[in-house]
Write a protein that binds this ligand. Sequence first.
Ligand SMILES: Cc1cc2nc3c(=O)[nH]c(=O)nc-3n(C[C@H](O)[C@H](O)[C@H](O)COP(=O)(O)OP(=O)(O)OC[C@H]3O[C@@H](n4cnc5c(N)ncnc54)[C@H](O)[C@@H]3O)c2cc1C
Length: 350
Amino acid sequence: MYKKKTCKYSLKKLNTFNINVNASKIVQVKELKQLCLLYNKYKKKNFPCIILGEGSNVLFLKNFYGLVIINRIKGIYISESKKYWNLHINSGENWHKLVKFTIKNKIYGLENLALIPGRVGSAPVQNIGAYGASIQNFCEYVDIINPSSKKIKRINKKKCNFKYRDSIFKYSYKNYIIIAVGLSLSKKWVPNLNYNDLKKLKYSNITPQLIFNYICNLRKKKIPNPKIYGNAGSFFKNPVISHILGFKLLKIFSDMPFTLEKNNFKLSAGWLIDKCKFKGYIRKGVMVYPRQSLIIINKFNNSSGMDILKLAIKIYNAVGKKFEVWLEPEIKIIGNYGEINPYIFFKKIR
Ligand SMILES: Cc1cc2nc3c(=O)[nH]c(=O)nc-3n(C[C@H](O)[C@H](O)[C@H](O)COP(=O)(O)OP(=O)(O)OC[C@H]3O[C@@H](n4cnc5c(N)ncnc54)[C@H](O)[C@@H]3O)c2cc1C
């Protein structure tokens, strides 16, 4: 059985919120065999176990009394058919480096997803997306392993149930680890410039490299660098609400931005948060980022996970009361023994 007092290895540099918590054991793995051996060794000792890429989508509330596996299993394998480049990427590869690598090798399509932090293995979990694209547009399959039985399964794209910041991996296959992702990129490149911020790039000699550079610059301006201000990108998802509630809100807030999605309204969580006057709000060193209210920052990198969670709950309640819209957290919350159901903290109040 794990001992609380032996929890002495720092996770501060392994989570982008820069929360100063410890784990009982942290091991970086570079091979699948090593991952299975380690996982089984600690499971036998009854240690809780979590796998991390870069910790850019997690909030640690407390010390973690268990084993943290840092996935660095690398490898990119390329094959081609007449119309497509097929990439099989091991899950420990860095996502942004993969995007750069593809463009350098004249394999195009991923440029809209530049500069998203994290590793390839985490990307399908929340179906990463930005600037009008998401991994589901390119994903053919996700390979997962049950480290106890060493059984490997291939989950084809249809079975991944990809939705906006969502996939089957959030709910099922909890005892599995993603070991590789298969992407398919068309040899016939068509720029994806439908996103509002990109419309000005609609000129005839646009290239993937130009879109990549443009998006990197935009992101650097808008999104805080976690090395300076700890953060995990968007704290909440943009809410999707019924058209009935949507029209009701439009009558009161005629300037409310929205897009229509299959008859539902997709709202801007940042706008809702701004309307509740949280832009730039700071408490106990935790701040609503003034340039993008959807991002909560650990301004001095010395606040606790609990301080961050408290502000997020305050925002959730204020938005819920004002708009009857209950935000859904995008990040994973981790407690002493593993992931915690966020709805323990985020409860609708009437
Ligand atoms: C500054 C900033 C900007 C961001 N911008 C975006 C954005 O534009 N779009 C977007 O979608 N996201 C964005 N994010 C969120 C984040 O980049 C993504 O969610 C990313 O995929 C997380 O990768 P990670 O390796 O850091 O995952 P971690 O935080 O390490 O892990 C996230 C979850 O996945 C699980 N996991 C990790 N690896 C595996 C594996 N191999 N098998 C099974 N489960 C695994 C973990 O246990 C955890 O539950 C941003 C984050 C930051 C800090």
